[in-house]
Ligand binder design. Sequence first.
Ligand code: NZQ
Ligand code: ZN
Length: 386
Amino acid sequence: MENFVLHNQTKILFGKGMVAQLGTECRYFGKRALLVYGMESIKKSGLYAEITGLLADQDIAIIDHGGVVSNPLLSHVREGIKKAKDNKVDLIIAVGGGSVIDSAKAISCGTCVEHDVWKFFTGKKSIKQTLPLVCVLTLAAAGSEMNGGMVITHDEKRHKFGTGNNLLNPKTSILDPSLTLTVPKDYTVYGAIDAIAHICEFYFTTKIKAPVQERFMEGLILSIIDSCDRVILNLNDYEARSDLMWCTTLALNGWTAAGLGLVGFPMHMIEHTLSAHYNVAHGAGLSVIMPGWMASMVARQPEKFNQFSERIFKHSNTDLLKNGRAGVSSLKEIFSQWQAPVTLAELDIPESALAELARESLPLAKNWRMNDYSEKIIHEILEGCL
Ligand code: NZQ
Ligand code: ZN
């Protein structure tokens, strides 16, 4: 294993009814909060009313900032920053999935500076200060609730860029699996696929042999498949929702990548271009890109793919390449069984779009220092996703 420093500062309150503690958790950080949320789900479920009641009980004034869309937009983040500055808020509260939490993170750092927040995403400025952030997670997927990452789309440029900093880690995140009971099947599946992708990015891009981390990641992938299968059978299965929620948080909270040295995020790099240009759900995009990327990598890492195939799917072909490919096919088959898209055609992305998508992936490849991904290589990977 490589040397590593692991310091995750997010306090997690996990379980049914934990949301009741929101007011006291927030009170600690001040009396004026910007409340960031999405389009309609929290109003429909009654969570909005519950949360505003809990905050009122603690005399916390709320400045409302709803309307975050999936694949969240920079323009809405900028509006949030203006509200936060005008109202001199002490903290940000995010109630929702990854899009809401990422927007809240961008607002939390953008409020502390005079320059435009997008400079953090292009690497022109670095984050030195943030407002405290408290989250209530309503969707098991992105892992943003326990990490320092954020992903925002520039409205005009259609660049979907991600960046990270430890200061962006939420102070507290409330993970109540019962809040995810209303998530429909498609978004439940997309969340599971997103978390599998987070793990696979690290699993397949590390150059380090790390048996403990490998077993940890394989265990998480198996648990995600198992818990997602159970949720699909019964969307109201609290235990299955709990298992899935904890897995998706663990997939991207720093523990999976610890000790792996330099890792890449190539599937995300390509998917972010898809969702920026075609506004597809992040997990749906990964469901297409992941099997295509993996298929293009088997021959380069036959041992690793063979191990994945043996340990996840119990395939035992003695030909390493064939066995590795069988594992990739099995993963794709699971996504199909979950009724997630596995081809670009299912996302209504035509072959004629590949050249532009490959070209548009390059700025993010450069930002994330994945210099071995040329336009030609990305194009070939996308061809494998048709
Ligand atoms: O807007 P509302 O009405 O709330 O509906 C949302 C949205 O339509 C709905 N939803 C959320 N909770 C629900 C619910 N519907 C019913 N019941 C509930 N309890 O779900 C839809 C999708 O929400 P969204 O937040 O977009 O999904 P997700 O959590 O998958 O987040 C996706 C975003 O996270 C980014 C992605 O790129 C994408 O922009 N990511 C962030 C990461 C990070 N910060 O570490 C890492 C990830 O790789 C990812 O890139
Ligand atoms: Zn992701």
